[in-house]
Design a protein around this ligand. Structure first.
Ligand code: FMN
Length: 177
């Protein structure tokens, strides 16, 4: 698949077929995520995958009702977290600039973008969900206190491909001097 086709065809999918994603494809998605750039190569993103029926249901319950419906029939739910106070920080623990842990979240977004684009290339669909109960998810996976839960990403096979929501144009978001 051409790169442009990948970025044009990726959509947030809120309706999935009842079909499992292979372990091999999951592996490829995480490998793609790992290739993303990060602050001083600190690689603070971590993934927790809800795959078994039991854990999938538990994570689903950490989503509000509309996201539970959006993720219905997805094959897996991938939780992304960051290890806090590393990306964007000096060795002595002081923030390198005003963004502090913002850089860890920035890195995580880059990881996740690689992950969802790889999924698209593999013929899979995704939905990034930021509306979720972080504490419930931490309890399910025993995620340590030095990590912050970021998103839940539904992955599966699309049952409906929506049109692209309207985008801003280059002039709307760019200043060149
Ligand atoms: C950080 C982030 C959080 C999001 N959270 C949700 C969410 O909780 N529920 C949902 O249905 N969509 C969520 N979305 C999907 C956006 O609504 C979607 O990306 C946007 O409308 C553009 O559509 P597209 O992804 O098909 O291009 C989220 C996307 C991002 C990047």
């Amino acid at each position: 698949m051409e790169f442009n086709d990948v970025i044009m065809s990726r959509r947030s999918i809120r309706k999935y077929l009842d079909k499992q994603v292979s372990e091999e494809d999951l592996q490829k998605m995480i490998e793609a995520a790992i290739l993303a750039p990060s602050w001083k190569n600190s690689q603070v993103t971590r993934y927790y995958i809800a795959k078994s029926h039991e854990v999938f249901q538990q994570v689903k319950e950490a989503l509000p009702e509309f996201n539970q419906n959006n993720a219905e029939n997805a094959s897996v739910l991938i939780i992304s977290t960051i290890v806090l106070n590393r990306s964007g920080f000096e060795r002595d623990g002081t923030p390198s600039n005003e963004l502090g842990n913002g850089w860890g979240y920035y890195d995580c977004g880059m990881h996740n973008m690689n992950l969802v684009l790889k999924a698209t290339e593999l013929g899979l669909s995704t939905l990034v969900m930021g509306i979720r109960d972080a504490q419930k998810i931490k309890n399910i996976f025993d995620i340590p206190d030095n990590q912050s839960v970021v998103s839940v990403i539904a992955v599966g096979y699309s049952d409906f491909h929506p049109d692209m929501p309207k985008r801003k144009c280059v002039e709307d978001i760019t200043t060149i001097r």
